[in-house]
Design a protein around this ligand. Sequence first.
Ligand code: CO
Length: 134
Amino acid sequence: MIGNLNHVAIAVPDLEAAAAQYRDTLGAKVNAPQDEPDHGVTVVFIELPNTKIELLYPLGDDSPIKGFLEKNPSGGIHHICYEVEDILAARDRLIASGARVLGNGEPKIGAHGKPVLFLHPKDFTGTLVELEQV
Ligand code: CO
């Protein structure tokens, strides 16, 4: 059911420093920061030949990654995102198999303008999983 790895998202305590490290030290193609007020994050997209890295930084007081950064002050992998062809079919299959979808279960429009859902990390070996319809 899942297809390509769309991105790995890393929460960072200093967005500028992390972007500079990927650009200058790792030599990656790093895009300009983008505010995503609906998701409570500022994102820097890093384009790799086969996938993307997203650096996440809290935006606003109730950012969903604020608590994560409090627990992981030097930053860390926050979630991984897999592509699916039909997000509603994927959701229904997952719910039928006992997995928990976060929020109200309806897809939201994600950072790339496509429908996304998040799955409970406790159901997926401690990893927050995002599904994105492509
Ligand atoms: Co994501």
